[in-house]
Write a protein that binds this ligand. Structure first.
Ligand code: ATP
Length: 377
């Protein structure tokens, strides 16, 4: 690359400055003074991987397996009217950073030429140190209210809080009529990303506290459930859908269908909510009910109460545990015929009454039964 300039931008710069270097999955690069495709092709030559470019938008994505590198031409944006998608034109790195959501995300590190110079036009480093989320201009949230959700996600994850003026602008944006212009698809996408956080409750808490969970999504936080889901997520793959179910349980039945339609979610959530409500009301899960639960519903049930959590764990063990089969009985030396069925029935009865618990118990009982049967002959 002999002309132009190349910068590392976005979340990675922020995270490195915060001392967090474990996530190198998404790398954002901005080029100035040269087409992004030229740089992207040079990178591909050196690193390999699969390259996709949209030349008209000046965007390229290089997938090298362990990382996905976005390479875009520096741009400026203009929102007209607020809340709609911006009009874009190619420009300088300074303009490119000025279109970003928060000061801490508006930092860049020059990689070429004169490598490793930090560009900080918006006091991002200071805000990183004081743990403040600060927008770059007063119309930022009006232009793009999804930034509120992005901010809450970062605040929850990193323990940041809104800077004072930013908080005032946030309140204004939530009251503004232009809030209605924001695309429900984009909001849904941001909600999905939020529900995929390692810990979801802090981010949802920030959203709820500033009034955005209600104003943008018409939702109310379900602290007991999401807190338990966060705890489960430390050790289990808890689907984002389980969190959504927790939030939907806070809504009245009459509000559910219009909500799902507004955000274009499948009506099958209605059935999930019904199943969860029934279990919540009875505080019991029967084997047949358990067998029908999806993975997301199962986690949601576990988060309803500690009794239900234990019940689901017991059922999981029961359903995944190896059970005595006809072949096991034949292997014990019984000839195929009605006696095999009789042994299986006796073992099943003993299982249901709790007399036998493990597969070894079942096999032991079957062995005794087979011995008695063969001795009789
Ligand atoms: P994460 O760690 O959650 O991925 P990130 O900051 O890398 O955080 P991305 O969604 O990958 O998030 O966005 C990359 C960068 O693009 C952000 O750091 C920010 O500078 C900018 N950005 C993304 N979305 C917006 C937006 N809606 N408005 C302004 N800038 C945005």
């Amino acid at each position: 690359m002999s002309e132009g300039q190349l910068y590392l931008v976005g979340g990675l710069v922020r995270d490195v400055l915060l001392g967090e270097t474990s996530n190198l999955q998404d790398i954002d690069l901005v080029v100035e003074g040269v087409a992004s495709i030229t740089v992207a092709r040079q990178l591909q030559k050196q690193l390999g991987g699969k390259l996709e470019c949209h030349q008209a938008f000046g965007t390229c994505t290089l997938d090298i397996g362990e990382s996905v590198i976005d390479i875009v031409t520096a741009r400026r944006e203009h929102y007209d009217p607020p809340g709609t998608l911006p009009k874009v034109s190619f420009s300088t790195i300074k303009d490119d950073l000025a279109r970003r959501d928060f000061s801490m995300n508006a930092l860049a590190v020059r990689l070429y030429p004169a490598a490793l110079e930090l560009l900080d036009f918006h006091e991002g480093v200071k805000d990183l140190q004081t743990k403040h989320l600060r927008v770059l201009h007063q119309d930022s949230f009006n232009d793009d209210p999804t930034r509120i959700v992005r901010g809450a996600r970062l605040a929850g994850r990193l323990g940041f809080r809104w800077e004072e003026k930013t908080r005032i602008q946030l309140d204004e944006a939530l009251r503004s009529p232009s809030l209605a212009n924001v695309s429900k698809d984009r909001l849904k996408q941001e909600l999905g990303l939020t529900l995929a956080e390692k810990k979801v409750t802090p981010a949802l808490g920030v959203l709820q506290d500033c009034g955005a969970l209600a104003a943008l999504f018409g939702l109310t936080l379900n602290v007991p459930m999401t807190t338990r889901l966060d705890a489960l997520r430390q050790t289990l793959d808890v689907p984002a859908e389980s969190y959504l179910l927790a939030l939907l349980l806070m809504k009245s039945k009459a509000d559910l269908t219009p909500w799902l339609e507004t955000f274009n979610y499948s009506p099958r959530y209605l059935e999930s909510v019904d199943r969860l409500l029934e279990i919540k009301n009875t505080q019991e899960v029967w084997g047949q009910q358990f067998a029908k639960l999806t993975a997301a519903e199962t986690c949601a049930v576990r988060s309803l109460s500690s009794d239900l959590d234990q019940r689901i764990q017991a059922l999981t063990l029961q359903f995944t545990q190896r059970r005595l089969s006809g072949k096991d009985v034949l292997d014990l030396g019984l000839k195929s015929g009605p006696d095999v069925g009789a042994v299986l029935a006796r073992v099943a009865k003993a299982r249901d009454s709790g007399q036998v618990e493990t597969f070894e118990d079942e096999l032991g009982l079957a062995r005794r039964l087979v011995r008695v049967m063969t001795e009789k002959r």
